[in-house]
Design a protein around this ligand. Sequence first.
Ligand SMILES: [Fe+2]
Length: 385
Amino acid sequence: MPFYHKLGTIPHKRHIQFRKPDGSLYYEQLFGTIGFDGMYTNSYHEQRPTQVKEIKKQYSVAPKIAVENNIKSYRLKGFQIKPEQDYLESRKTVLINSDCAIVLAAPLELTQNYFYKNTDADELLFVHKGSGKLRTMLGNLDFKYGDYLLIPRGIIYKIDFDTEENRLFIVESHRPIYTPKRYRNWFGQLLEHAPFCERDIRKPETLETHNEKGGFLIKVKKQGDIIEMVYATHPFDVVGYDGYNYPYAFSIHDFEPITGRIHQPPPVHQTFETDAFVVCSFVPRLYDYHPQSIPAPYNHSNIDSDEVLYYVDGDFMSRNDVEAGHISLHPAGIPHGPHPGATERSIGKTKTDELAVMVDTFKPLKLTEEAMKIADEDYYKSWLE
Ligand SMILES: [Fe+2]
């Protein structure tokens, strides 16, 4: 996150002696990105964070690709993904390219007896159903319906649900996920025209510090594999940290929509950016107010990006047949637009209650076998009169 945060106890300067009450040293860890050029955090640990005790096993969780080269529009019925007990096993990758993976999950319970770390990708979790607590080595965040949770790569975490019905829409990104640059001034502060500001971003405010030795299982994701590593010390043993690289939460309900006299293009909905895809939030808003405005979007060609819409709530004005939990995939290379009748139906309407998350990728997406299990194969014909 491009602003400074400090939690717990830290010494006056970086890289100097920082002693425990018994006189021994705390162990400093620089947690940085993009070599030494990106955002970083300096954290202070009770134990050395390097103590690998055992590597138990390694196995692939890479998704099986069903459709490699795609030009067909699809609808995926996301709520048909079956709930599963385990958090990691419940995660089903449905769309993927070399930059990102789009994952649906319906976990029934918390990450019980292990910790998890994704070393390859920043994880953006959108909470569609459920509530609980994200617990990380850099502090905890309470979450509920409508929250985006951004977990930078390398953060060790657990996720505790206090609900049984949980639905997550997840983007794993090999590119760092940032707030859009055009929303920030040259100091990094969010500008007046941005649809959210620093007050809307929830940073970790409580730190869990366990000074424990034993065997602690961390499931580490790297290059499509899970490696089960046992560490000799508790991964949540940080007494303090400061810096820019930490997990945070942002509620879609705090996104302030930008509206106009005529139809506004998708970038007004942008929430996050990478150099490989964008994430946008479509939220309840007033419609365009030109006397002859057409609130439904115009037909458009994604010449060079695949468009993924995840429907969260409300009535989606441009479609006749979408429900909460559905994903539409409109691939690059062909135009798409409102369903027959949706344009006419939108005229005269003054507001919408729709809630949706959009991911537009610059490289084409492949469909996985998990996607084909929940795919509507005839959706591509749904614009026929
Ligand atoms: Fe579109």
